[in-house]
Design a binder for this molecule. Sequence first.
Ligand SMILES: Cc1ncc(COP(=O)(O)O)c(C=O)c1O
Length: 385
Amino acid sequence: MRYLLSAPHMSGKEQEYIKEVFKSNFIAPLGEFVDKFEDSIKQYTKSKNALALNSGTAALHLALRVSGVKEGDIVLASSFTFIASVAPIRYLKAKPVFIDCDETYGIDPSLLKKAINESEKKPKALILTHLYGNSAKMKEIINLCKENDIVLIEDAAEALGSFYDKKSLGTFGTFGVYSFNGNKIITTSGGGMLVSDDEKALQKARFYSTQAREKCLHYEHLDYGYNYRLSNVLGAIGVAQMEILEERVKKKRQIYEWYKEFLDGYLNFFDELANSRSNRWLSTATIDFSEKDLFKFEKKEYASAVDVKINPKIQKIIKDLKDNDIESRPMWKAMHLQKVFEGELAYLNSNSQGFFENGICLPSSTVMQKDDVKLVSEIIIKSIG
Ligand SMILES: Cc1ncc(COP(=O)(O)O)c(C=O)c1O
């Protein structure tokens, strides 16, 4: 492919650090670079504790487990997200309640309030996704969690380098989660990070991430855990990638501005929340769908895999780009529209379905220059006709 949605972009230091790992023979488990990677995340996000893991999904699973989520518990969650945000609810046999989004792509606080007020029992936790790097309305959401004693878990897998009120997304809740899989703003080829200011909670997650082994000479277990830690080799890649994170954010934001300039009048762009900085992980836009098309209704419903159709204009743009060897894709299909979650409770307002039907993720790789964005935009304009 000529342009990918979000290709890995090395800093140039990765191989040097990997060489050091091999020289020490500490390729696994853990080692100095895993510690350094955790330190660099702590420093950047100003989180007090960080735990390097082998995926963002693992971090979400641990956050729920440490929050005490058990079979039959209610966990509120963003519906407009990738399945990895919510699959761990099922791992623990808890019950998801999906909440639709507002113009930030994040949870709509008024629907969240309704879901909390109407809940048959007190929800244990809320998984809030900051989608495509954009901040949700943190003030309102934090207040609702505090007032109702709900553990806030921020899925900031796509939002490292994003801020609300000058504070890193992922550091508002009891737990924050980042992902370093291949298409994220920085990558370790695969990996994740769990952050928390609650040292005890993070220690517990650390314990579960290494098979819940008791502190003694032999292997003693009073509980079961997982094999979720990151290797030292991948830690070395993470350290090198953290050195250029700010550069990558600047470039992603620049790419977004170029798209806005070239596609003005053709596609709609949703601004970031005032008082926030999106990392613009992926540049996203919609066609035939803008602010005035949001909030068409408000209802409590059961998730159902109804026949939802992507706007033919979006389908055509994606095909025309593909014919030119350019990757793009529809926006995430909300969880309440997925067969796997059929029958789960959902609080809806029409927004996430609208974004799915009319939205597109544009190629946003940080190697792209202004001319590349122009070329992609020209193909889109021609496609719209
Ligand atoms: C919103 C969201 N949550 C969670 C994840 C899971 O991260 P990982 O792929 O590292 O398990 C991803 C990315 O894949 C994501 O985009």
